[in-house]
Ligand binder design. Structure first.
Ligand SMILES: [Zn+2]
Length: 58
């Protein structure tokens, strides 16, 4: 009961138990979520640029 889902350490803090992450692992988890969103946005822009180049060639 009350273990970090990321590293498996026992959680003492009530907030950490609610999150099921230790404080450090929770920060890493949040950063990963942000990076995934940024990565998707960058991919979207690259696709738009490629489409623009195709229009110029036509
Ligand atoms: Zn952890």
């Amino acid at each position: 009961m009350g273990a970090c889902t990321r590293c498996g350490r026992k959680l003492k803090d009530r907030k950490s138990i609610d999150r099921e992450f230790g404080p450090v692992c929770y920060k890493k988890y949040l950063k990963e979520q942000e990076q995934e969103e940024v990565g998707l946005a960058e991919n979207q822009m690259e696709i738009d640029e490629l489409e623009g180049e195709n229009h110029e060639n036509n």
